[in-house]
Ligand binder design. Sequence first.
Ligand code: ATP
Ligand code: F6P
Ligand code: MG
Length: 529
Amino acid sequence: MGSISHAITTLPHCHHGPRLSHSNSLLITSKVAYKHKSRVFAALSSNNHSFTPTTDIDLNDPDWKTKFQKDFEARFRLPHLTDIFPHAAPIPSTFCLKMRTPIDGDFPGHYSSDEEWHGYINNNDRVLLKTIHYSSPTSAGAECIDPDCTWVEQWVHRAGPREKIYFRPEEVKAAIVTCGGLCPGLNDVIRQIVITLEIYGVKKIVGIPFGYRGFSDKELTEVPLSRKVVQNIHLSGGSLLGVSRGGPGVGDIVDSLEERGINMLFVLGGNGTHAGANAIHNECRKKQLKVSVIGVPKTIDNDILLMDKTFGFDTAVEEAQRAINSAYIEAHSAYHGIGIVKLMGRSSGFIAMQATLSSGQVDICLIPELLFNLHGPHGVLSHLKYLLQTKGSAVVCVAEGAGQDLLQKTNITDASGNIVFGDIGVYIQQETKKYFKEIGVHADVKYIDPTYMIRAVRANASDGILCTVLGQNAVHGAFAGYSGITVGLCNTHYAYFPIPEVISHPRLVDPNSRMWHRCLTSTGQPDFI
Ligand SMILES: Nc1ncnc2c1ncn2[C@@H]1O[C@H](COP(=O)(O)OP(=O)(O)OP(=O)(O)O)[C@@H](O)[C@H]1O
Ligand SMILES: O=P(O)(O)OC[C@H]1O[C@](O)(CO)[C@@H](O)[C@@H]1O
Ligand SMILES: [Mg+2]
């Protein structure tokens, strides 16, 4: 490890660099990381496509790179039904776009396939996880494994239809469940899963109402799904099936799967939902059940690791523009106007950052990843005073998880165990009013909280496409025999990931990334510390 500490001591210090908020230090798990926490955080943990090795790397070992890649390949290997059913025999895929006239009746021994069709993905196809070769750990947003930033290819599995499948469509009962909070695009994904299942020839498709709770609540009954039922559901926001937090334990869910005869489960949700999906997958394995559990990441917060973005995020950013623009108009039209907009983002400030970048109307963007002071000579309030003096008005965009250290802890959790935050938007509004009154400067403060309005809208065009492809790939993954996996966009391609790899911690905005620097360039804000 000597070489690492040498490299780290030669790193230049950024005098105006951002102070990382407390949550970031929790992410540092690798041996490499102990040496220089904040830099390695930037190098390994938070970026789009970074990851932290589970095993220690001995960089003095001349073979470290090969070992690293072997470890990586093993970690990203997709769990498959043949792991527990080694003799499971595949059949030719029933998914073929060349001969797609559905066969009437009940599968008379042959499926609509065409051996000449070349539309399949080979199991050995891979997508490159990281595409930038950083030449120095000091490069903005650098993700390096060793001090020389050695180029190490990291490949993940390409998503899509396989030539051989491990389920006979007539033996499939597929279920879809949507959990957690709402997110634009849920209906688009449900719709596409149903449509694709039907193309494979599946007839039994159901929706589980109101998240995992639908597995245990006897009052709630399965929703039969078909192309006809889902045809137009993407035209509205929300979830056809309903969502919930909390609910039954994994054992009860798996018992319910068995009782209902469900052997394909599509789970749409965020970190918590995916943790649940992985536990369901593991329990099914333990009980030797031939069930495929496939996740589709759903979070407007965009806090799932390794993916370009999650569905609903683009729509959220777009919708946030309306609130920011209103805040700007209000602030700009008032004498010494200050507009404050709170956006979602429990631990990740992606919506606030991107909405700020996109609007061009924000002067101060506050995210959970970075500590800030409200009061004091370098605090937000003193900068607001400066903005009123120089520009006449100001707009603040704050993520809901930002500045929680400034608020009284609530010690309240929701049904899923997530901490209920104090309202940072209201707090900033109140403190701003108080501050300007105290210093005798007029300020007209307007506060906008559009959070639930943003989450409830239907997906925009770009999310509509993302949802469509994710939904289709979820079904391809299940028929291919995988389980305990999720699907995501990776450098513009679609990939399958083992669930634990994408939820080991929430993906965060990297304060050393170019994107955050661009945001700072756009707002012109200082560090508030
Ligand atoms: N570690 C876990 N293991 C098993 N199930 C979990 C776990 N964490 C959460 N769940 C279950 O997953 C469901 C959704 O969790 P949660 O409310 O945290 O939403 P989420 O999937 O993270 O989505 P969101 O992004 O909206 O927060 C709940 O029903 C919850 O009980
Ligand atoms: O009020 P609810 O349903 O708990 O949802 C709020 C949470 O949902 C999220 O949008 C994640 O889905 C977070 O940003 C937010 O904290
Ligand atoms: Mg969550």
